[in-house]
Design a protein around this ligand. Sequence first.
Ligand code: AMP
Length: 213
Amino acid sequence: MRIILLGAPGTGKGTQAKLIAENYNISKISTGDILRENIQKKNIIGKKINNLLKNGELVPNKIVCNLIGERIQKKDCINGFLLDGFPRTQEQAEYISNLKIKIDYVLELIVPYELILKRICGRRVHTASGRIYNINYNPPKEEGKDDLTQEKLTIREDDKIEIVKKRLETYEENAYLLNQYYSKQKKINYFKIDGKQDIWNIQEKIAMVLKKR
Ligand code: AMP
């Protein structure tokens, strides 16, 4: 099964992506994670994209498409994959469709603006594993520490309020076009999911949608 998960920053995409990937035994591919890994490696692409991420701007389509194109050819994608954070622009959506890989579902998480801000401001991450917590909704067992390793949790630099607002603006600018694009694709099942509820309710809704094949 191949799934694209759309949604603004803070809609819970990362959390749901992880659960869907586990439940359906497919690989979760997050462009945000791939980009952050490249920044850590301090390679040429990493240096280029570091400033863009810090400022809440999108990385150029060509770079992101190349990274995704390489990633989905890896062995672990044979069973299928879930794309989290890709596509974010119409060009990226066209890139995926030109690869002639059948996408079964496009799911879009919808959450009101104010709730998104609240969620993002409470987000804490364990950088090494990508595990995500939220001090309001899904706190770690011990404050500020990862449940499994007890290592320190951090706040992503681009989760600061001004940067978040910019990321949301950028998302909105492109969301309309993506929405139009996928609404017109007859062979793709495109579903909007209300992302306001808790993690498990949203999971249930997604499971129902994925069973409707
Ligand atoms: P995320 O972890 O999905 O919130 O992504 C973090 C940041 O990575 C975004 O704010 C963008 O700067 C960059 N990014 C992630 N995915 C994409 C994409 N598909 N196209 C362009 N930039 C991206």
